[in-house]
Design a protein around this ligand. Structure first.
Ligand SMILES: [Fe+2]
Ligand SMILES: [Fe+2]
Length: 299
């Protein structure tokens, strides 16, 4: 156990100065719930909210035989899942990060405490905005992401703050790269495209913060602490990518009988390991994979 005077979330002076700049940018320009979208305008459910090439079962035999109508329904369900995931995960961040501020108020620098508060504030606005979008689009919220919700609400609060920041980063980064990669094409439903683009501006700062804290942790932590984090990450990263790639819960939301039922593990495995999804993940997560491989966070 370190002494009460040792600092928590310690980073170099150069990185701390960059975090002060993140705070300044946030104070001047951050997502505003009231104006981020023209809320009086409709969400057009006849347009795709994502690239149809990225439907979870696209490129597998399960996609053959689906009508155009069914594919459009799936695309909206999948976007509803993506937004649900943001809601469930991002609403856990304010208690986690504000917990660090209250618990370690005399050990975290003032600049970092300020950014933890800004980060928390932004996630509350994001969650409110995502919920409003879901209601307006007539989308149902999905169940909390298995395992991840417990990780964020039960496990991480007990671990040291830098580890909490690292796993928050990995989860947010996958969700964010996934959403942006599929939603920014010219043919995408405009309200959806704007929502994810505006969210991205705030998230780019959260990701930068998470990377700097995590890189500092790997430069200064004990070999034992690093080994523990790597072991945790080797389990979590593959599960996180699978969960994002295909969520079996979709079968419970379709108006038609979905070709893969939640108990059909072999079929689910086929979708998770399909060549199409492997290629898609290599593309959309290339930047994340490069970073986590440099730190040895993937098996
Ligand atoms: Fe967010
Ligand atoms: Fe975020």
């Amino acid at each position: 156990m370190s002494s009460s005077t040792s600092s928590v979330l310690a980073i170099s002076a150069a990185r701390e100065s960059k975090i002060r700049k993140l705070s300044e940018v946030s104070h001047h320009k951050t997502m505003d719930h009231a104006t981020v979208l023209p809320w009086e305008q409709p969400i057009d459910r006849s347009l795709y909210p994502k690239d149809p090439e990225h439907l979870w079962i696209n490129g597998t035999a399960f996609c053959e035989g689906l009508s155009e109508e069914q594919k459009l329904e799936l695309a909206w369900l999948e976007t509803g899942r993506d937004i649900s995931m943001f809601i469930w995960l991002e609403q856990t961040i304010p208690p986690l990060y504000m917990g660090y501020v209250t618990q370690f108020h005399d050990r975290i620098s003032q600049d970092l405490q300020e950014y933890l508060m800004i980060f928390s504030k932004e996630e509350i606005v994001h969650t409110l905005t995502f919920k409003r979008f879901m209601a307006k689009a007539g989308l149902e919220i999905w169940n909390p992401p298995k395992g991840l919700y417990e990780l964020l609400t039960v496990t991480l609060p007990k671990l040291e703050p830098a580890v909490g920041v690292l796993f928050t980063l990995l989860i947010e980064w996958v969700a964010e790269m996934g959403a942006m990669h599929t939603s920014q094409g010219a043919a995408v439903e405009p309200m959806t495209r704007t929502l994810f683009r505006e969210h991205h501006y705030d998230e780019a700062r959260h990701i930068a913060f998470g990377r700097w804290i995590s890189e500092s942790f790997f430069e200064t932590a004990s070999a034992q602490a690093i080994a523990q984090v790597k072991a945790m990450s080797h389990k979590i990263v593959p599960a996180l990518v699978d969960m994002f790639t295909y969520n079996p819960e979709v079968a419970q939301h379709t108006s038609f009988t979905f070709p893969i039922q939640p108990h059909e593990h072999e079929k689910i495995e086929q979708v998770w390991r399909s060549a199409h999804n492997a290629r898609l993940n290599e593309q959309r997560f290339a930047e994340i994979y490069a970073w986590i491989d440099k730190l040895g966070l993937r098996p």
